[in-house]
Design a protein around this ligand. Structure first.
Ligand code: 8YV
Length: 314
């Protein structure tokens, strides 16, 4: 049997399926990582990773017979892909299968934040309706949606947002000439021209802190920030202070820098919608993601090309 190291939590159906054909070694929270690696390291030929937990360069380089890392996620910022690819280790991820559900959550957020749906639910549950009506929300139709990162997910949100009558523009490192959407050369320019700013780019070092205090100020006191990508892309302390000071109108966030910790101050804010990284968390999508993780691993060890490799990052 081929040995695989599991470094991130995976759904039970996937673990059961893999265990029928591979020997899995649990490295999610190892009591003694060095001992485990001394024992099984030389046998490990594959790593099972996740979007929030993947192997760093130390681990990758310690496993001399490592051939493949299969991540249960579209985002691959938790895995040191450069270190892996430099050694010829294949990295795979799960694009496409989660695009629809992630875009649905982002679109839900785009509707929820200006209409104050989170606050409205608390208002009713707290019995405040008995004392009077809630304050008014903001119409979404006709507003300007700025999308940071017009990849698979950004485009899927744009298609949904068009149906809701939003005007779409974007900023991306890659110019996309064939689109009807207006492209802004800088994120600051996009934020200044947006009522709602959606973060839909990749995580990792290249985008860390990209949405900073200046971008939030450009979005302005009537603007809303939406994030279902990675918490690291936003300068979180800057966001907390912009929300506290009313320098932006509100936010809807599915991801956080340092999750599952969420800043206490943000938890208490009425104008912020918070969910626990659930954008791809549906039975259907998690099943499809798991099947793709399995199919990539199986294809590789059957000597076939993997289905969804992470493109070269070097
Ligand atoms: C998962 C994600 O929740 O695909 C991603 O990049 O962040 C999510 O779909 C996460 O990766 C689970 O490991």
């Amino acid at each position: 049997m081929i040995d695989l190291l599991q470094v991130s939590q995976l759904p039970p159906f996937l673990v059961e399926r893999l265990e029928k054909e591979f020997r899995l070694h649990d490295f999610v929270n190892p009591a003694d990582p060095d001992k485990l690696l001394d024992e099984v390291g030389p046998q490990i030929r594959g790593i099972l990773a996740g979007g929030m937990k993947g192997p760093n360069a130390n681990l990758i380089n310690r496993l001399e017979n490592l051939e493949i890392i299969s991540s249960f996620s579209v985002g691959f910022d938790a895995t040191d892909v450069v270190a892996a690819q430099a050694r010829g280790v294949i990295v795979t991820h799960t694009p496409e299968v989660l695009t629809g559900d992630v875009a649905d959550l982002a679109m839900t957020f785009i509707l929820m934040a200006p209409r104050r749906i989170g606050e409205a639910q608390r208002f009713l549950r707290d019995g405040k309706w008995l004392q009077g009506r809630m304050d008014l929300g903001t119409t979404v139709r006709g507003k300007r949606l700025g999308i940071l990162g017009l990849g698979r997910i950004g485009k899927a949100v744009a298609r949904r947002a068009e149906v809701f009558g939003l005007h779409i523009a974007y900023h991306d490192i890659k110019p996309m000439g064939d689109l009807l959407y207006r492209s802004y050369p800088t994120l600051g320019d996009l934020a200044a021209a947006s009522d709602i700013l959606l973060v839909a780019c990749e995580g990792g070092q290249a985008t860390a802190g990209l949405v900073d205090g200046a971008v939030l100020d450009a979005l302005g006191p009537d603007g809303f920030l939406i994030n279902a990508a990675r918490g690291t892309i936003i300068d979180q302390p800057a966001l907390v202070s912009a929300l506290r000071d009313g320098r932006i109108a509100g936010a809807a966030l599915d991801v956080f820098d340092g999750e599952p910790e969420v800043p206490a101050e943000m938890m208490a804010m009425e104008n912020v919608i918070l969910t626990p990284h659930i954008a791809s968390s549906t039975h259907e999508t998690r099943r499809a993601m798991g099947d793709l993780v399995y199919d990539n691993i199986r294809a590789h060890f059957d000597g076939k090309p993997v289905l969804t490799p992470v493109p070269p990052q070097i």
